[in-house]
Design a protein around this ligand. Structure first.
Ligand code: SF4
Length: 80
């Protein structure tokens, strides 16, 4: 007998959530990486603290951003 299809958007128990590539935030000096108890990774933009044009938690992946500054070029460790 065939099993019924699993509903879309529902994770199997214990299954880790799919990761979303962070885009520019992954190498930006302004990114702060937060990890949840369930292993999910969130990128917080520190520019949002002083500039309302930037979202606190940008929609990933970020592909264009005026505030982007490469952490390697600034001599700062990567956000990863
Ligand atoms: S400035 Fe742009 S690229 Fe850098 S952390 Fe904020 S949203 Fe991401």
């Amino acid at each position: 007998m065939d099993r019924p299809p699993r509903p879309q958007g529902v994770l199997k128990t214990g299954e880790p959530p799919a990761s979303v590539p962070a885009g520019l935030c992954a190498t930006c000096v302004h990114a702060r990486v937060l990890k949840s108890d369930r292993g999910m990774r969130f990128y917080r933009c520190s520019l949002s603290d002083t500039n309302p044009r930037y979202a606190r938690y940008p929609t990933l992946p970020v592909v264009i951003c005026e505030g982007y500054e490469n952490s390697a070029e600034c001599g700062v460790r990567s956000a990863e």
